[in-house]
Design a protein around this ligand. Structure first.
Ligand SMILES: Cc1ncc(COP(=O)(O)O)c(C=O)c1O
Length: 413
C-alpha cells in the first residue's frame, strides 16, 4: 500500500499540534493506531458490551469475538491452534503469572538464563521465581560491538541443569534481532524451555512460532498498532502440563485456565482489527488466507523499514558527536529493527528529547527497563540513551527533519 494512503488511516498522524504535523518516533514505547482499530473498539463497547456465557445476542457476540481474536493472533504467530493463544492485561502480568506456574517444580540445583538484551519483564519475573526456589540465575551478556547476544557465552552457560532460557527476539533499545531458532535448538539439546519476548519484534516482522519451535512467546498488541492487550503463545503440552494459579470455579481447560478474570473484550476487538489492518498492507485479494496476506504485508513493511534504517545510519555518520549502540553496518540491515539507541556528546538524553519534544518530535529517553543492557553499556546512571524508533508509517522526510533538528541542537547558542 502506498505510504500516503496508509498514513491517512492513522488519526494521530493526520493531526496538527500548534499548527505543525507531529513526528512519532516513539513506536517502541507504543505505536499509533489506525481508525479501523478505534472503530472496532467503540462498536464493541457501543453495541455489544457484555460477558461470556449468556443466552442473549451481545453475550453470543462476545463469545464469537473471543474466538475470532484467538484465531487472528494464531494467524499472526502461525500457532497450530487458537487454543494456544492466551490473553491478559499486558506482557508483564502474563509473564509473571507464567513464571509462577512454570517454576513450581524448580529446585535449588536448577539454573535459569536471562539476558542483558531483555526488558526486565522477562528478567525480574524469572529471577524472582528462581529466588523463591533457590535456583541460580545467569545473565547472558551482549557483544559490545553490535549489542547482539554473546552466543559463545550462551553455549558455556547451557548445561543439563538449565531449566529455562528467557530471551528477547529483538532489543527494544538497540533494535538488534537475535537468532531465536538457533537459541531454541541449543536450549532444547539440554532439555531447557525457551520463553521468548517478542514485544519489540512483533510490529516489524512476521513471527512463526512453529518454525522457531519456542515453548512460549509473548507480545503486546499496543506495540503492533492495537490496544493494550497482552498475548502469550504456548505449546499445547505446556499449557496443559503446567498448573496455573487460578480461581477455583473457573474452567480448567486451555487457554482459559491461564486467563484470570474478565478480558478486555473491547481490546480484543481492537486486536482483531489491528491484525486485519496489517493483513490489508498486502496487495493480495481479501479472499487470500490471512496468514498469507500477513506474510506479504510484512515483506513490504520490512523493505520500507530497511530503507529508513539505511537513511538513518547514513545520515548519522555525519554526526561524530553522536554515538550509536547496536548494528551500524549497512550490509546487516535485515538483522535490526529501525530502532536506534543514541548518546550525544555533552548533552543529556533528557535534554535531547525535550529539545525534540518542543518541536513535536516524539522520542523517548531513558533505559526502557532494559536495565542489564544500559548497565553493560555504561549509560544507566547517565540518563540512559535517546531512542529513535521508526515504524512502517514513518517517512524519510520525517527523518530528514529529525537530522536538521540534530544539527540545530549542536548549534544552540
Ligand atoms: C521488549 C519489551 N518487552 C516487554 C515489555 C512490557 O510489555 P507490557 O507493557 O505489555 O507489559 C515492553 C514494554 O515496553 C518491551 O518493550
Amino acid at each position: 500500500m502506498e505510504l500516503t494512503k496508509l498514513r491517512r488511516q492513522f488519526p494521530a498522524l493526520m493531526q496538527q499540534v500548534n499548527g505543525q504535523s507531529p513526528i512519532f518516533l516513539d513506536g517502541p514505547g507504543g505505536s499509533q493506531v489506525p481508525q479501523s482499530v478505534l472503530s472496532a473498539m467503540s462498536a464493541y463497547l457501543g453495541y455489544y458490551n457484555s460477558n461470556l456465557g449468556g443466552a442473549f445476542f451481545s453475550s453470543e457476540k462476545t463469545v464469537d469475538l473471543l474466538s475470532n481474536a484467538r484465531q487472528a493472533v494464531a494467524d499472526l504467530l502461525n500457532a497450530p491452534s487458537q487454543e494456544q493463544i492466551v490473553f491478559g492485561a499486558n506482557m508483564t502480568s502474563l509473564t509473571f503469572s507464567f513464571s509462577r506456574a512454570i517454576s513450581r517444580e524448580w529446585q535449588a540445583s536448577d539454573e535459569i538464563i536471562v539476558t542483558n538484551a531483555d526488558h526486565f519483564s522477562n528478567v525480574s519475573s524469572w529471577r524472582q521465581a528462581a529466588e523463591d526456589k533457590g535456583a541460580t540465575v545467569h545473565a547472558l551478556q551482549v557483544n559490545d560491538a553490535d549489542c547482539t547476544l554473546d552466543l559463545a557465552q550462551y553455549k558455556q552457560l547451557l548445561n543439563s541443569n538449565t531449566k529455562l532460557v528467557a530471551v528477547t527476539y529483538a532489543s527494544n533499545t538497540t533494535g538488534s534481532i537475535n537468532n531465536i531458532k538457533h537459541i531454541v535448538e541449543l536450549a532444547h539439546q539440554v532439555g531447557a524451555l525457551v520463553y521468548v519476548d517478542a514485544v519489540h519484534y512483533a510490529p516489524h516482522e512476521l513471527i512463526d512460532v512453529q518454525a522457531l519451535n519456542c515453548d512460549f512467546l509473548a507480545c503486546s498488541a499496543y506495540k503492533f498498532f492495537g490496544p493494550h492487550v497482552g498475548i502469550v503463545y504456548g505449546k499445547r503440552e505446556h499449557l496443559e502440563g503446567f498448573t496455573p494459579y487460578k480461581v477455583e470455579p473457573a474452567k480448567d481447560i486451555i487457554p482459559g485456565r491461564w486467563e484470570t478474570g474478565t478480558q478486555s473484550f473491547e481490546g480484543l476487538a481492537g486486536v482483531v482489527a489491528a491484525i486485519d489492518y496489517l493483513a490489508s498492507l498486502s496487495a493480495l485479494p481479501e479472499t487470500t488466507p490471512r496468514r498469507q496476506r500477513l506474510s506479504e504485508a510484512f515483506a513490504n513493511t520490512k523493505q520500507h523499514e530497511m530503507a529508513l534504517s539505511e537513511y538513518f545510519l547514513t545520515r548519522l555518520a555525519e554526526f561524530p558527536d553522536i554515538t550509536l549502540f547496536g548494528i551500524s553496518d549497512l550490509t546487516r540491515l535485515a538483522e535490526r529493527t529501525p530502532t536506534f539507541a543514541l548518546t550525544f556528546e555533552g548533552i543529556a538524553p533528557r535534554d535531547v528529547s525535550e529539545f525534540l519534544g518542543k518541536q513535536h518530535m516524539c522520542v523517548w529517553d531513558g533505559n526502557f527497563y532494559a536495565q542489564g543492557l544500559c548497565e553493560q553499556l555504561g549509560v544507566m546512571d547517565k540518563g540512559g540513551v535517546v531512542r529513535i524508533g521508526c515504524m512502517h508509517y514513518n517517512t524519510i522526510d520525517e527523518l530528514e527533519i529529525l537530522f536538521s533538528a540534530f544539527t540545530a541542537l549542536f548549534n544552540r547558542p
